[in-house]
Design a protein around this ligand. Structure first.
Ligand code: ASP
Length: 339
């Protein structure tokens, strides 16, 4: 337990010294900075975000730079190395939101390595929130983002060829964590089924401001043109600087149906903890779908509030998220589940 006086001393040592570990719910002290993100890829992403936050940087920069690590990872689940749609093209969706309710997103974007950065440019340089498809790509190129070759990564190519054998269009629960899959390619297609590929991140900086990002290749082998929740503000991501921030992963259609991340934030506004708010949102999905259908899918939410409390909840076992609030505190938490 770090006592308050010690915490103040740590704070006064300089911006690189945040390591407040004494937080408990109900404590009036605020744990900040803090960053959390979905799945195990969140550990590396949090590290990059923490690099910004621990130096007193802005949460917005942290959530952009954090998920860029995942986007750049060729052998990962997000970005140009990820699984293609059913026609063999990788199409990317991404969103970002800051403490002033500024937000930007791109969807159905091809051949651009960092969709989250394009989303940020949409937010900062256009009067719009969302650009899609060839228009988003044109904007990215005009902004100086290189057009990458239209080529699948070796892993994605292998997965796609495998999928083509059956072209089965059916979700696999928790495929992100499927231990049958290699550590370097955790979301690869196996057994003729499709999967999800996302990182969502929310953070609070030393100034107490919140931001979030969400970036994905969507479901592997999805229909061409399909969008999920990740680029939709309020569904895959929502930030309200008075209350908290939330992001989602899993079957996007069911997150969109309940405006999931917005719902989580509004529930926190009503006084629920991040975990309780995420749980209620998951309950809403299960209620709509019914137990039997809900059993066939996975959705997970994670959230933080202005006190620096964090939490997550999912439909069923297997979802986890990464939490970081100190140089030596970057760890996985298993999402609690309802079914
Ligand atoms: N939510 C994303 C989508 O539906 C996928 C995922 O989280 O893996 O596009």
């Amino acid at each position: 337990m770090v006592h308050r006086r010690r915490f103040l001393q740590l704070g006064s040592l300089g911006l690189g010294s945040f390591s407040f570990t004494g937080f408990t719910a109900g404590n009036t002290a605020v744990r900040k900075p803090i960053v959390i993100s979905t799945w195990e890829t969140g550990i590396a992403a949090n590290k990059a975000a923490w690099n910004v936050l621990s130096k007193g940087g802005r949460a917005l920069d942290a959530v952009e730079q954090g998920v860029m690590v995942t986007e750049a990872s060729q052998n990962c689940c997000v970005g140009l190395g990820a699984n293609p749609d059913r026609d063999g093209f990788v199409t990317l969706d991404s969103s970002i939101m800051d403490e002033n309710a500024n937000c930007g997103s791109v969807a159905f974007l091809e051949r651009i390595k960092h969709p989250v950065s394009v989303a940020r440019r949409v937010m900062e340089k256009t009067p719009h929130v969302m650009l899609v498809g060839s228009g988003a790509q044109q904007f990215a190129v005009e902004e100086g983002f290189p057009l990458e070759p239209q080529k699948l990564s070796d892993e994605a190519e292998r997965s796609y060829k495998n999928w083509l054998k059956t072209s089965q269009y059916k979700p696999v629960i928790n495929i992100e964590n499927n231990k049958k899959q290699t550590a370097f390619a955790p979301t690869r297609f196996e057994n003729g089924e499709w999967n999800h590929d996302t990182i969502g991140m929310v953070a609070m900086d030393a100034a107490g401001n919140l931001s979030g990002s969400c970036t994905t290749s969507g479901m592997g082998f999805k229909m061409r043109g399909r969008l999920g929740d990740s680029p939709i503000i309020g569904a895959g991501l929502f930030v309200d600087n008075e209350v908290g921030a939330a992001t989602a992963t899993g079957q996007g259609e069911d997150v969109i149906r309940i405006c999931g991340s917005h719902l989580v934030v509004e529930l926190m506004r009503q006084g629920l903890s991040p975990e309780a708010a995420c749980k209620k949102a998951v309950e809403r999905i299960i209620k709509i779908k019914g137990n039997a259908k809900a059993k066939e899918i996975q959705v997970g939410f994670i959230a933080i509030n202005k006190q620096g409390e964090y939490g997550g909840y999912c439909i069923q076992k297997g979802f986890n998220f990464a939490v970081c609030y100190a140089d030596d505190k970057n760890f996985m938490v298993d999402g609690k589940f309802l079914i």
